[in-house]
Design a protein around this ligand. Structure first.
Ligand code: SF4
Length: 181
């Protein structure tokens, strides 16, 4: 069997990065459409960090998502990276639920790598999944009260199908310590 060349591997990685960028653009368009359509009061904003504080598990990322996230991490100061590294180590050693994301700025209620965050963080609260609903309990509560009945939610099953084309996943902590050891 022919052995894939290094340039073929690089092309495949580049193609996945391009596919991820397209997926991000489509998600951003759906989210912007929801907000612009008379929903400027949407709950997702700096200061609302409920989803980042209630993770059910350590996030799983494809390599393309990790490469994007790593760009954001590389922009942080050495002090912040040391702090994140401590939190990652504690999480890897003892993943107590609900999990607080080690990338959350807890004082500000903001993501430290917002522009580089994974797909799941982009869709949360704006996309629905057939068997898991909306994910965000705060938004579900608003829907249960009769608000936002007109919202055209994104389809998370379609996002998952596109993500699966980007290859396998690893825990965020595994990616991180493969980079920062
Ligand atoms: S990566 Fe950012 S947006 Fe996603 S859970 Fe962590 S802090 Fe929240």
């Amino acid at each position: 069997m022919p052995v894939p060349s290094e340039s073929a591997d690089t092309e495949a990685a580049d193609s996945k990065v391009d596919t991820l960028a397209e997926l991000h653009a489509d998600i951003d368009a759906r989210v912007s459409a929801i907000i612009a359509d008379g929903h400027g009061e949407w709950l997702c904003r700096v200061g609302c960090d409920a989803c980042c504080r209630r993770l059910a598990a350590i996030p799983d990322l494809t390599e393309a998502e990790w490469l994007r996230l790593r760009e954001g991490l590389a922009e942080l100061s050495p002090e912040l990276l040391r702090e994140i590294s401590r939190d990652m180590a504690a999480l890897a050693e003892r993943p107590v639920r609900p999990i607080v994301c080690p990338l959350l700025d807890r004082a500000e209620g903001a993501c430290r790598v917002y522009a580089h965050r994974p797909v799941a963080c982009r869709t949360y609260g704006f996309y629905v999944q057939r068997d898991q609903g909306l994910y965000c309990k705060d938004i579900e509560a608003q829907v249960a009260e009769g608000r936002w009945a007109e919202v055209v939610w994104g389809n998370h099953d379609a996002v998952d199908r596109r993500l699966s084309g980007l290859g396998g996943t690893r825990h965020l902590t595994e990616w991180f310590f493969g980079w920062k050891r």
